[in-house]
Design a protein around this ligand. Sequence first.
Ligand code: NAP
Length: 255
Amino acid sequence: MRILILGGTTEGTALAQRLMAMPGLEIRLSLAGRTKQPAALPLEFRKGGFGGVKGLIEYLQTEAIDAVIDATHPFAAQISHHAARASEITGMPRLLLVRSPWEKLAGDRWTVVRDCAQAAAALDPDDRIFLTIGRQEVEAFAHLEKLWFLMRMIDPPEGLVPPGEVLLDRGPFNLNNEINLLKHYKITVMVSKNSGGEATYAKILAARELGIPVVMIDRPEMPHSENIVGDVDGAIHWIKQYSGQFGELVGCSIS
Ligand code: NAP
């Protein structure tokens, strides 16, 4: 049984690693190619877009894929919609693996906004902003020429950027360092996507501890999915069930 994992997340990589160890499964991992040097991966992977829904269907058929697990980033909505449509058209089983969003807790000073444009509109001229949204949408803040931004991302930005400093770094991050960073740069407000997960949560904890407001960009809408899980264990369970129905199980029992 051959499974395509749409990855680019910690969960996608961890899932690939777990599934590779299960007999009878062949794994294909696909990344968008947004980072020049992806974190260490347990297997060969393909990189780059498929060419829309049509291209994805062609790939699924050429590679004789039996099921798709969409483990992409919660903000990578387009590929998720494409995977949903491709699965609808071909009847191919699809699982959506998406981590839970962060919840606002006591002490958090969040303003929740719909997208980067709204986040930009929520900032004040006196702010010193920690912009932690990755590099792809930084341009949405480039017109704010009177504000100052500390922009953290893995690779350098390609388009226009607002005034400030670019900090190239990759998670996971820890609380002490995040607190020191916010203090060092005299940050007065943070802009973040509600990505969820542990690897970058320390910045949210640090903002809470220092009483710094956070402009929190809400997640885009995901496609309707009959099969949806929040973690790697859930995905493994689904695969075991599905591969059981598939006929020749792969020598592992459902736990
Ligand atoms: P997207 O808007 O969902 O995808 C845009 C196009 O990239 C897709 O239509 C597809 O091209 C290709 N693509 C995306 N993921 C792919 C995958 N796993 N394998 C093959 N092709 C893939 O996603 P995005 O532009 O990459 O990212 C949108 C936002 O998600 C970013 O601003 C960031 O906040 C967040 N994000 C994404 C990733 C990631 O790995 N994609 C990682 C971290 C954060 P075709 O239509 O040609 O198939």
